[in-house]
Design a protein around this ligand. Structure first.
Ligand code: SDX
Length: 446
């Protein structure tokens, strides 16, 4: 049900008509009545526990596979209104940040809650820039991978390996240590990604150039060849910077949930980030941008789109890059990505697959199968077309998602650690297995 509240009060919960912020629940098994408080339009699942038939009962729980209607935390980082297609980082709209900010500034905003002033930004940029080098031993890990190893597998492995070089990262309740690991993680993710890419090409590693911007240096480590000084194309550099802003955080998505859950055991942030990167790799999540390109290549031509859509509607295929757990409207990021695509095409030449993508979108936005399920293009639908035009192989697409999302993962991790309501994540279950039974000796099993 879409919210009817004016946008200006969208974050303020509408006061109840009766003034009573409670649920009155009657347990019809016993006739007992309960008053359950409502706060922020939620009830605490633990308030269900007293609802029992017998005193030795465990009590009621909420049952919510895949957490489709469960808030696992409270957060001040990112706000999404899925019905309205609204996305804000710390209250700033994604549209305004994409137009006026940079990724490194947006990462600061997401992590520390406010836009930095000049000295804060200079200090932040300096520290991230001066943590781009990785230990030379990491290169030995990369050399151990086959040439055709998927770069996400290499990234997950080398991020986790960083934990072995920085044992001080275990001091997770020391704010200075967290800040140092934050510099290292945000600074080194592009280096690990670029080195993985160069390994797959059999090319020597191109080291960081501290004179360049965050994205300019990333392009340098990816694409520098014999030139002494790499000069990034400004249009591509800015396009990547905006794409990184769009991917920086997205509240409690699968990989952020992995970051929070794994981090709740108080493991170091490198291992938690490796877990989050692994979650992102899946084709239903950040791996979708790669899956979209493979889908468009499989479709092959605009004429083949209706037949593919038919396979989707029969349930045989998913239309990758479409649909979202939260957005039941056009993903605001997809709108911006689509615009960037044409700017990149102006420099690199038009990606012919865009016509197939546009036809998929045209049909899907008209067809009741998609309209009735409120399936719209998400952030992954057009990004792959841009990455391919910029010269990236499809396997690098999820890596290009993981790099910017690192700032969101760290922000979510830190918010979880400092939240007095949080502790180790350990959900309950509904047990439907066997009751107690006796061991059957092998010779008596049929
Ligand atoms: C990201 O959570 C985030 O915020 C993620 C993300 C972020 O920034 O972190 O936004 C990034 O992961 C974007 C999503 C990228 N994934 C894809 O594009 C893969 C294709 N999309 C689907 O797999 C799906 O839409 C999900 C996973 C994104 C969302 O799945 P839900 O919310 O669990 O929805 P669902 O699977 O229950 O689908 C509801 C119905 C089903 O049909 P019925 O059973 O009702 O008949 O819609 C259908 C689904 O079959 N459906 C699709 C579809 N997505 C959902 N049918 C065809 N093609 C699709 N893409």
């Amino acid at each position: 049900m879409s919210s009817t509240k004016p946008e200006s009060v969208i974050n303020v919960k509408t006061p109840s008509a009766t003034g009573r912020e409670t649920l009155s629940i009657t347990d019809n098994r016993t006739g007992r009545q309960y008053e359950v408080p409502i706060k922020n339009e939620t009830i605490r699942a633990l308030d269900l526990r007293p609802m029992k038939v017998n005193t030795e009962d465990f009590g009621l729980m909420g049952y919510d596979p895949a957490f489709t209607n469960t808030a696992s935390c409270s957060s001040k980082i990112t706000f999404i209104d899925g019905d309205k297609g609204i996305l804000r980082y710390r209250g700033y709209s994604i549209e305004e940040l994409a137009e006026k900010s940079t990724y490194i500034e947006t990462a600061y905003l997401i992590l520390y809650g406010e836009l930095p002033n000049k000295s804060e930004l200079a200090d932040w940029s300096y520290n991230v820039t001066h943590h781009t080098f990785i230990h030379e031993s990491i290169k030995k890990f990369l050399d151990g991978f086959h040439y055709d190893a998927h770069p996400m597998g290499m990234l997950i492995s080398t991020v986790a390996a960083l934990s072995t070089f920085y044992p001080d990262a275990k001091d997770i309740f020391n704010p200075e240590s967290r800040r140092k690991q934050t510099y290292r993680l945000i600074g080194k993710m592009p280096t690990l990604a670029a080195f993985a890419y160069r390994h797959s090409l059999g090319m020597p590693f191109a080291y960081p150039d501290n004179d360049l911007s965050y994205c300019g240096n990333f392009l340098n480590m990816l694409f520098r060849t014999t030139e002494l000084k790499y000069r990034p194309n400004p249009t591509l550099e800015r396009a990547l910077d905006i794409l990184f802003i769009l991917h920086a955080d997205h509240e409690q998505n699968c990989s952020s949930t992995a970051m929070r859950c794994v981090g709740s055991s108080h493991v170091d942030p490198y291992c938690a980030t490796a877990a989050a990167t692994a979650a992102l790799y899946g084709p239903l999540h950040g791996g979708a941008n790669e899956a979209v390109l493979r889908m468009l290549v499989e479709i092959g031509s605009v004429n083949n789109v209706p037949a593919y859509i038919k396979r989707v509607k029969s349930g045989e295929k998913l239309l990758m890059g479409f649909g979202h757990r939260v957005y039941k409207n056009y993903d605001p990021r997809a709108r911006i990505v689509k615009h960037i695509a044409y700017e990149v095409f102006d420099v690199m030449g038009k990606n012919p697959l865009i016509e197939i993508a546009l036809e998929c979108e045209r049909i899907a936005l008209e067809d009741d199968y998609f309209v009735s399920r409120r399936l719209y293009p998400n952030v992954d639908f057009y990004t792959g077309l841009i990455y391919q035009s910029m010269g990236f192989p499809m396997t690098m697409f999820p890596v290009l998602f993981a790099i910017p999302r690192t700032s969101g993962w760290i922000a979510q991790w830190e918010e979880m650690l400092l939240d007095p309501e949080q502790k180790i994540s350990r959900p309950r279950q509904v047990y439907l297995g066997h009751e107690l039974r006796d061991y059957t000796p092998l010779d008596r099993r049929d």
